[in-house]
Design a protein around this ligand. Structure first.
Ligand SMILES: [Fe+2]
Length: 194
């Protein structure tokens, strides 16, 4: 059920009803499905899906038509490409103009991200012991072919397009995004302590 959404406040915001957008190649879905069906825990599932995708990533044009790869000055865009009928995973493509970024957030389930075009800068945070602030744990600059798998807890992050051109990334979530609207568990507006 391909749909297009405009993520104005959060990654993969609730999709607009039934607007056709991109597609997810059948071979990619078969790879993901084969790993998910092992029924392992979230981190191992994310690791296996990430490993399966490395070196086998699609071109951005295989997921989204040119009109959807231009980006939107209003906000980065999230296009839901596939929701597995049994609810076990979803695939989305995100398009970012230079400088566009997510809020600090974490997720409801495991996630695998793959940069297909451009550069995405990721900051990873942890909550302080009192839960009143965030502390930056690490930063990564992810270029095309970079594939990362992660799972809650410990997945608080923010992603930004730090390049000069449009960035495109593919996101696979261990949840039914067509039902949930997005993969976000919580957005964080806490101060960041050094
Ligand atoms: Fe995220």
């Amino acid at each position: 059920m391909p749909v297009t959404s405009q993520a104005r406040l959060a990654p993969a915001a609730r999709p607009a009803a039934g607007i056709p957008s991109g597609t997810c190649p059948a071979g990619l879905l078969r790879m993901v499905r084969a790993e998910v069906r092992h029924g392992l825990d979230w981190q191992r599932t994310a690791d296996r899906v990430a490993a399966a995708l490395r070196g086998r990533l699609p071109e951005p044009g295989a997921l989204l038509p040119a009109a959807l790869r231009r980006g939107d000055p209003a906000c980065y865009q999230s296009h839901l490409l596939h929701a597995e009928p049994d609810g076990s995973f979803s695939v989305a493509a995100m398009v970012w103009l230079p400088g566009q970024q997510t809020p600090v957030h974490d997720h409801v389930a495991w996630c695998v991200t793959a940069v297909l075009q451009g550069t995405e800068y990721e900051e990873i945070f942890t909550l302080t012991a009192d839960g009143q602030a965030l502390r930056r744990v690490t930063r990564n600059e992810n270029s095309p072919t970079t594939v990362c798998g992660f799972a809650p807890p410990g997945d608080i992050h923010r992603v930004r397009n730090t390049g000069d051109g449009v960035a495109v990334s593919m996101h696979i979530y261990g949840a039914d995004i067509s039902r949930l609207g997005n993969s976000i568990r919580r957005e964080y507006t806490l101060p960041v302590r050094a």
